[in-house]
Design a protein around this ligand. Structure first.
Ligand code: ADP
Length: 483
């Protein structure tokens, strides 16, 4: 049995802002069949400590963790062990995980996630008697400092470690003036340590200190060697190229399965696709969209940001309607995009409808009732919504980047003749490329046999955690088993 400490700032079902949480929440279950016992460490946000009951077990106390009193509490996430860093001065506050209700980052995020890393390194180093680990798996910049603290600790050799990049765009950069407060020895502030262009980078700290680096798709693992995707860390990625790999995220088949999904009007499967129609009618009614079986209902479930190409979709909204499409959008994010989509809906009543917000159950109903899901991301480390689309027979229309390139098979002639096509891909996120992809999708939709074939091939593809769980387990074993 390999004991792994998974260090992350979010995990379903407790706290989530994006795909990171889905993955961290799924890993313990995905790895259990491979002889890996995973313990997850999370910050003690209110939504996390609330699950611990009145008298949680206290495993350790810090009088001062970067100046804050803190405790390590024991809990459960699903059937698996959970450790919670309870430090009310850092995490017990109203608002988001990383910022206040207006979306502004908390000014002390450096301290919140440096303290988190310090505590994680202490736990990995054996601060709790009887709690030992063979390996640390850190996720994203919020956990990056864990690996720097254990590497520069005088306590002994570091454990083997893996860091997974879920999104290179978020790096945790701070000024060099904070260095003394981190409590690291001077040699840590170096080019092969946590230093980054004269400042400090938490993600770089993790990437420079980890035994191995993974990201969430093979294509993204290649893309981040280039400046457009590496976002300043491409040099480090190139230098460590042989230690960087990509493992595609799985999806939880117990949650994302149209045959058993309690959120749906009607259950269905690839064999019983006709039953899907009831979900489409219900979705049209819910969004106030025209009923029109000849016109594909496009859906979007997304953060409304530049990364996701939502500005380009907004530009193409009139074209989408002009070629006979309809659009139901669920998302939140940039205020200008939110109001832009509201305006598009006002221009096209019955054809475009928008829900601003975050609504898990609605996202399930949309996947079951929509015909095609649009994911026109400029970059996409893995992407989960196209995988949900595949599982629900909601055909993905995606840009050819990152995990979108790895998980969708474009409906070109050869793939269609072989019966393996699952969606529509386009190159480069611009008005014209997206408009052409939308037009191509409408043509495919109007050929019912071709469309059913896309839906069935997608629903038959296996994006469960079976394969990817094994890939992580193999990676852990390569680092922990000594010859
Ligand atoms: P990212 O992590 O970059 O936002 P992913 O596709 O990897 O993108 O993961 C996004 C996750 O968040 C998916 O599980 C998706 O269904 C969910 N999601 C995003 N926006 C919403 C929303 N407005 N309502 C419900 N779920 C959403």
């Amino acid at each position: 049995m390999t004991n792994v400490l998974s260090v992350a700032s979010e995990a379903v079902p407790l706290v989530k802002t994006g795909g990171l949480a889905d993955v961290v929440g799924a890993l313990p279950e995905a790895l259990a069949p491979h002889g890996v016992a995973m313990t997850t460490l999370l910050p003690g946000y209110p939504a996390v400590t609330a699950t611990l009951g009145k008298k949680p077990k206290v495993l350790h106390k810090w009088e001062s963790l970067l100046g804050e009193p803190a405790r390590l509490l024991a809990g459960k996430i699903g059937a698996h062990p959970l450790l919670v860093l309870d430090a009310p001065g850092l995490y017990a506050r109203e608002g988001g995980l990383y910022g206040d209700a207006t979306g502004r980052d908390w000014a002390d995020n450096w301290k919140r996630f440096a303290a988190f890393g310090r505590a994680a390194a202490d736990v990995a180093g054996g601060v709790v008697k009887g709690l030992g680990f063979d390996l640390i798996h850190a996720h994203d910049w919020q956990a990056g400092m864990t690996l720097a603290y254990q590497r520069f600790s005088p306590a002994g050799p570091p454990l083997p470690s893996v860091i997974t990049i879920h999104n290179m765009a978020f790096q945790g950069h701070y000024g060099a003036d904070l260095f003394p407060a981190l409590g690291l020895p001077p040699q840590a502030m170096a080019i092969d340590g946590i230093e980054y262009h004269g400042g400090i980078s938490f993600l770089k700290a993790g990437l420079a200190s980890a035994s191995r680096i993974t990201t969430v798709s093979p294509t993204y693992a290649r893309e981040i060697r280039e400046p457009g995707f590496g976002m300043g860390l491409e040099g480090l990625i190139r230098a460590r190229e042989s230690e960087v790999s990509g493992i595609v995220n799985g999806i939880d088949a117990a949650v994302w399965n149209p045959a058993s999904d309690p959120a749906l009007k009607a259950a269905y499967s690839g064999k019983a696709l006709a039953k899907r129609a009831a979900n489409s009618r219900a979705l049209e009614a819910e969004f106030g969209l025209e009923k029109n079986g000849d016109s594909p209902l496009f859906i979007v479930i997304s953060r409304l940001t530049w990364q996701k190409g939502m500005d380009v979709l907004l530009e193409a909204a009139d074209h989408l309607v002009g070629i006979g499409g309809r659009l139901a959008l669920l998302g939140s994010g940039d205020a200008a995009l939110e109001s832009g989509f509201h305006a598009a809906a006002a221009r096209h009543p019955g054809r475009i409808a928008v829900r601003i917000g975050y609504d898990e159950a609605l996202s399930h109903r949309m996947l079951a009732g929509g015909d095609a899901i649009l994911v026109p991301s400029r970059f996409e480390p893995c992407g989960l919504t196209q995988l949900y689309g595949l599982a629900y027979g909601c055909v993905p229309v995606v840009s050819r980047t990152g995990g979108l390139a790895d998980t969708v098979i474009d409906a070109n002639l050869a793939a269609r003749q072989a019966g393996v096509a699952t969606g529509v891909q386009f190159d480069g996120v611009r008005y014209q490329t997206l408009a052409d992809a939308l037009t191509r999708t409408v043509h495919l939709f109007r050929d019912p046999a071709a469309w059913r074939s896309l839906q069935r091939a997608g629903m038959g593809a296996d994006f469960s955690w079976r394969g990817s769980g094994g890939a992580y387990a193999d990676l852990y074993k390569s680092l922990t088993v000594t010859a």
